[in-house]
Design a protein around this ligand. Structure first.
Ligand SMILES: [Zn+2]
Length: 172
């Protein structure tokens, strides 16, 4: 989990120990983006279509998981670090306008390496949300509607991020 301090140049940007714990205990949805080819962009219309397909509406305060199949496709190979689809400035802004708490991806970064990844982090700083990287087992959450996300970080004073134990609680 990135803390705002990781991507916001403001010296007062919160470290991971200063982010309210509510941000890590939220309602959540998972979008199926596994049809998006590696090394391409996840666009605004991809996100909109995935919401429709999942029958979910992103609400303020949600955590949004983006399932791409990247983990199963590449974990343990060099491609894990490079061959994934990613958000763009526009698609990150689309998530930000929904008022989300954070989003989570399987890849090591939310945007493709370089310009896109920099811009996605910049959008998080500008719009006040954050993200998780290197998640797995998101496939289990596809088609499950709304669920509870729990992902508390370690209390690393002023830290720019933290490992989390990411848990989804499904009803029934
Ligand atoms: Zn990040």
């Amino acid at each position: 989990m990135d803390a705002p301090r990781h991507f916001n140049p403001d010296p007062d940007a919160p470290g991971i120990s200063e982010v309210p714990l509510e941000q890590f205990y939220t309602e959540a949805v998972c979008l199926d983006l596994s049809h998006i080819p590696p090394k391409t962009d996840i666009t605004v219309s991809d996100l909109g279509r995935a919401c429709e397909a999942a029958g979910v509406e992103i609400q303020a305060g949600d955590t949004v998981f983006l399932y791409t199949g990247h983990h199963d496709r590449t974990f343990g190979t060099p491609a894990y670090l490079t061959d994934f689809p990613g958000l763009t400035r526009e698609s990150a802004e689309w998530l930000g306008r929904k008022g989300i708490a954070s989003f989570g991806v399987e890849a090591v970064s939310p945007g493709r390496p370089g310009k896109n990844n920099f811009e996605v982090h910049r959008v998080c700083a500008e719009m006040g949300f954050t993200h998780m990287e290197s998640l797995m087992n998101l496939k289990e959450l596809v088609g499950k509607g709304r669920f509870r996300f729990i992902g508390f970080p370690l209390k690393i004073r002023g830290g720019s991020g933290s490992p989390i134990r990411a848990v989804a609680v499904l009803e029934g």
